[in-house]
Ligand binder design. Structure first.
Ligand SMILES: CC[C@H](C(=O)O)C(=O)SCCNC(=O)CCNC(=O)[C@H](O)C(C)(C)COP(=O)(O)OP(=O)(O)OC[C@H]1O[C@@H](n2cnc3c(N)ncnc32)[C@H](O)[C@@H]1OP(=O)(O)O
Length: 248
């Protein structure tokens, strides 16, 4: 079964991370397929918006696949992995069509980073969220803190990052991390208000939306984030925390 699925329904491309047995954790295959699906969604003229979601009802995405990435020890090797997914999320952040993270379930760690790279975050009820990287002795490393500081109030953003806590949809709504709490039908109705316009209209407004950002500046901030994360990656605190999860 493919680890990432892409389906176009009602002029909306649904990119689904398809590893429910691992709470939709991200490994190298997912990174490659995610990028390939972005290309398809970008190039298809019958696609007016992109929804990123997770398969199943348990999780949107549980972040990096610890059973794979726990073998990464050095800063140099960590940078290689982090850059791979950071480049995918930078592309998602500047995607030319409206992007929506549909939080169908738990989103933690890099899962929250993927959601933050999307223009909108819409959650199902009772979803748990958390930038929990700090509990593993690292920071975000795929661009998540760079994007979070652009998406919500900076003081709310830095608290979510430093606390590394799991929080609920009510708090996410309150701090502006989640835009709406919708079920599938409500999401479809909300999306249809936009997809009834011509693609050219949506492309033009998304250019205005993205024009706010200096792409080189954002990229440099992501590179600084990767430098922070990869330096912390080498610490015993990080390796011990990951080992505790692997050996749980
Ligand atoms: C730059 C990004 C950064 C990085 O890549 O390093 C990160 O993303 S750091 C954060 C990495 N993610 C985590 O630390 C989350 C770990 N997972 C959990 O905390 C829980 O699994 C949770 C809350 C997501 C779901 O809990 P639940 O009780 O519903 O499920 P289980 O814990 O029993 O997990 C089921 C099954 O999935 C495997 N699993 C879950 N998450 C991961 C993961 N991130 N990597 C690898 N495998 C994962 C878990 O081991 C279980 O497998 P099983 O074989 O059934 O034991």
């Amino acid at each position: 079964m493919k680890k990432v699925l892409l389906e176009v329904k009602n002029e909306v491309a649904w990119l689904t991370i398809n590893r429910p047995e691992k709470r939709n954790a991200i490994d190298y295959d997912v990174m490659e397929l995610f990028n390939e699906m972005l290309t398809i969604a970008e190039e298809r003229t019958d696609v007016k918006a992109l929804v990123v979601t997770g398969n199943g009802t348990e999780a949107f995405c549980s972040g990096g696949d610890l059973s794979v990435f726990h073998e990464i020890y050095t800063k140099v090797d960590a940078e290689k992995m982090l850059n791979k997914m950071a480049n995918v999320l930078l592309r998602l952040f500047f995607f030319p069509k409206p992007t929506i993270a549909y939080l169908n379930g738990t989103a933690v760690g890099g899962g929250c980073e993927i959601a933050t790279a999307c223009d909108f975050r819409i959650a199902a009820k009772n979803v748990k969220l958390g930038f929990i990287q700090g509990k593993l002795g690292i920071t975000t490393g795929w661009g998540g803190s760079t994007y979070l500081l652009e998406r919500i109030n900076r003081n709310e953003a830095i608290q979510l990052l430093m606390a590394a806590e799991v929080f609920d949809t009510e708090k996410a709504l309150r701090v502006g991390f989640v835009d709406y709490i919708y079920d599938n039908a409500e999401l479809y109705n909300w999306l249809s208000r936009f997809t009834k316009q011509d693609l050219g209209v949506l492309l033009a407004y998304k250019r205005r939306y993205s024009d706010k950002y200096d792409k080189e500046l954002i990229h440099n901030r992501v590179l600084a984030e990767i430098d922070n994360c990869s330096s912390l990656w080498e610490t015993p605190e990080h390796h011990d925390a990951v080992a505790r999860f692997i050996n749980k």
